[in-house]
Ligand binder design. Structure first.
Ligand code: DGJ
Length: 729
């Protein structure tokens, strides 16, 4: 049993961790532990002094050491004498803001709860158990059901909250976070993943300080600037040792994660929808569900933590025909042509690609409406026959006749002012009456909270998918959202729109992905601006970044790897000099870096020399052979690119028999020793041969001493070693 309730305590046990809570005499739910498995109550570690200015609940009487301001509350709320960051806040009909949640009841059942209208980790009854704890604010009748999904074998615990208004009056939620996680002390580090367009998920590790530290997005999307995921770790924690806890929010809209180190040096982390643009009116009898947070804990360092997230995202978040299967190697025309193409050009790229063994031709932006640049056309999802003479179906047929599949780009959530759609429905764009809207890339955002908008998009996209043999969709989204306002809500409820937008997006994606289960949906938002577990529920891969420079990509993919499995990372070889940085790297280096993902090309292959074409064809074949190991093997970060002057990673098959080591050495240094790279995840007692070498090495030697990397000439030189087990002890 993963979940046990005994003596007023909840024990949530996974393969290697324990999560423990206790209910006290006042019905307050205490968080007691999340970490290494122990076999007793951890309550003995909590012992509070009478802290001045930390008040006491009324019924505590003279018990002045009992304060909401110091206790490790499992789900903290406002207005009850706890002055730290709350997870939830509400305004009641009388204008008061207090919430005092007390235990009412709980239930435990087999399987994993689902969340209405929102993506959530799924698992069958043999893989998960659910705990629901009902907490009630007696004065208002607001109930918060704290939900825990325990995936025992995966070392994962999910969190979500359902608010139910069982009171006599409506109330308004002003903060409704998905998780609150107390830590006994604040002497920890945290890692977060910041960035910008073309530079997503840069890793920053900082010591916690007294007070509040936070990340978030108010852009209506999870954003390039901050990824909705963080890691808390003990200060000495490394890739291979130490305690760390990861939290990934399964949500694609504005989010917030806060950590506070309080006056006693304890820490609390909360995470959920960003409250700055949020409120939700809960009528009598109404319910509100928060998005899910995936928690995982490792006592063996960051690598194990990442592997746990990779496994849960791959096996319990991603769905559809492509969830676990290999993906087609694709060619995308964006960096080859931008908007300047016609059917002949696209066909010529496809033809050359097919000759080199590439599976799928993706036609990117510019095929529809009046779209010769990014100033017009969005919303008009009818083929531009001036560019594609003969229409889409004819082009698809010709490409299919090459033995290639065909994929198409959409940016469904957007509208250009210069479009037939906007001229017909100006009210469908999100904007505030009497104010000029903020334009970004010259486009406005459609109000996806509206059913008629969703219906229009569903109709346009589904008929194109039905009428043409389209086997892949790139779902792009190219701006941050502001000017929040909708005709569908009264003025007092406008702050519901950002969340309703996300719900609308999910509804549309659900409808389309269910109706077209064999179409591969790839998410995108100017590259990786919406790279989150929410989108991965609908799209098993996401275009990782608009920066295709192999050198920069090693950093972006390094940061991405802390939470997201390689199979989710769309990664392409593009032309040199690179369009984003002007850097020239070899085709080999570009190939190696792109192979650590869902692989493809994004350049005009016709412009390559015969030698280069030969290399491409070999890369495609090589990737096909390695794809299963890359997707299913355990992923190891073997270097820190920020500190080590190189990026190095490896994939180890489950049976430890095959190991692929890849990387890029950033700078050549004269007269230097060959670099040594210590491997991980091998069978210590087994022996391995490196492809192309005669010598056999023991697993223990390769892990303790490492392999010698080739001596390189030039900058950004890639390497690849393939090891096979030759003898087990
Ligand atoms: C942004 C995407 O990230 C690119 O790959 C490309 O599809 C452009 N949008 C097209 O406008």
């Amino acid at each position: 049993m993963a979940i046990i309730f005994e003596g007023n305590m909840f024990h949530l046990t996974t393969a290697h961790t324990l999560y423990q809570m206790g209910i006290d005499a006042f019905g307050i739910l205490h968080h007691l532990w999340y970490g290494e498995k122990t076999d007793c109550s951890m309550q003995y570690l909590y012992n509070y002094p009478d802290v001045g200015f930390s008040g006491n609940p009324y019924e505590a009487g003279k018990l002045r050491t009992y304060s909401m301001d110091t206790l490790p509350l499992e789900y903290a709320t406002v207005g009850n004498g706890d002055y730290r960051i709350p997870a939830a806040a509400a305004v009641h009909a009388d204008g008061s803001c207090a919430l005092d949640l007390r235990y009412e009841s709980h239930k435990i059942y087999e399987g994993k709860y689902a969340i209405e209208g929102l993506p959530a980790v799924y698992a069958d009854d043999s893989q998960a158990q659910t705990l629901e704890i009902r907490m009630r604010d007696a004065a208002s009748g607001l109930v918060a059901v704290l939900r825990y999904g325990v995936l025992e074998a995966s070392d994962v615990i999910t969190r979500s909250v359902v608010f139910e208004n069982e009171g006599a009056e409506a109330l308004t939620l002003t903060k409704a976070h998905s998780v609150c996680l107390p830590l006994m002390d604040g002497t920890w580090d945290w890692l977060h993943f910041h960035g910008r367009h073309t530079m997503e998920r840069q890793v920053e590790r900082k010591e916690l300080f007294h007070g509040i530290q936070q990340i978030g997005s108010t852009r209506g999307t999870s954003s390039h600037q901050q990824n909705p995921a963080l890691i808390l770790c003990e200060q000495g924690c490394t890739e291979t040792s130490g305690l760390c806890i990861g939290a990934a929010l399964m949500y694609s809209g504005s989010f917030q994660a806060q950590i506070e180190v309080d006056q006693l040096g304890q820490a609390r982390m909360v995470m959920g929808i960003h409250p700055d643009q949020f409120s939700w009116k809960l009528e009598r009898g109404a319910r509100f569900s928060t998005p899910e947070v995936i928690l995982s804990c490792s006592t063996q360092g960051l690598e194990r933590l990442s592997q746990q997230f990779h496994a849960v995202i791959r096996n319990h978040v991603c769905r559809g025909s492509y969830q676990l299967s290999s993906r087609p190697v694709l060619i995308n025309n964006w960096e080859a042509t931008y908007f300047d193409f016609n059917e002949e050009k696209i066909f010529s790229i496809a033809k050359q690609a097919s000759e080199l063994g590439i599976d799928l031709m993706v036609l990117d932006d510019g095929w529809f409406g009046k779209r010769d640049d990014d100033c017009s056309g969005l919303g008009d999802w009818t083929v531009n026959e001036q560019k594609l003479k003969g229409g889409l179906a004819a082009l698809v047929e010709k490409i299919n006749a090459l033995g290639m599949r065909f994929g198409l780009w959409f940016e469904p959530e957007m509208v250009s002012e210069d479009s037939d759609l906007y001229r017909a429905h100006p009210d469908w764009a999100i904007r505030i009456p009497d104010r000029d809207p903020v334009r970004s890339r010259y486009q406005l955002v459609l109000d996806l909270s509206r059913e008629d908008v969703r219906e229009y998009l569903y109709g346009s996209i589904s008929s194109l998918l039905r009428e043409n043999h389209i086997e892949y969709v790139k779902w792009d989204m190219n701006r941050s959202i502001c000017d929040w306002n909708t005709e569908t809500l009264p003025s007092t409820r406008q702050r519901e729109l950002p969340h309703r937008y996300v719900l609308g997006l999910y509804e549309l994606l659900e409808r389309l992905t269910q109706e077209f289960p064999d179409v591969l949906f790839e998410g995108c938002s100017g590259g990786g601006g919406r790279f989150d577990a929410g989108m991965l529920y609908y799209c098993p891969q996401i275009w990782c970044s608009d920066d295709t420079d192999a050198h920069e990509r090693t950093f972006i993919q390094y940061g991405t790897s802390f939470f997201y499995p390689v199979s989710t990372v769309g990664s392409h070889v593009s032309a040199v000099p690179n369009h984003q940085t002007g850097r020239t790297t070899s085709l080999e280096t570009r190939g190696t870096v792109a192979m650590a993902g869902s692989f493809g090309y994004e350049l005009d292959l016709n412009l390559l020399s015969e030698d280069e074409k030969q290399t491409v064809s070999e890369q495609v074949e090589h990737y096909r052979q390695l794809q299963s190991l890359i997707y299913n093997g355990s992923y190891h970060r073997l270097s820190d690119p920020y500190a080590d002057g190189m990026a190095a990673w490896s994939f180890v098959s489950e049976d430890q028999a095959c190991v692929l080591v890849q990387g890029v050495i950033y700078r050549a240094v004269p007269n230097a020793l060959r670099r040594r790279l210590r491997l991980r995840g091998l069978h210590a007692q087994a022996h391995y041969r490196i492809s192309g070498e005669e010598q056999v090495y023991s697993g223990s030697a390769l892990m303790a001493g490492g392999v010698l990397l080739p001596r390189v000439m030039g900058d950004d030189v890639s390497f690849e070693l393939y090891l096979e087990l030759v003898k087990k002890a």
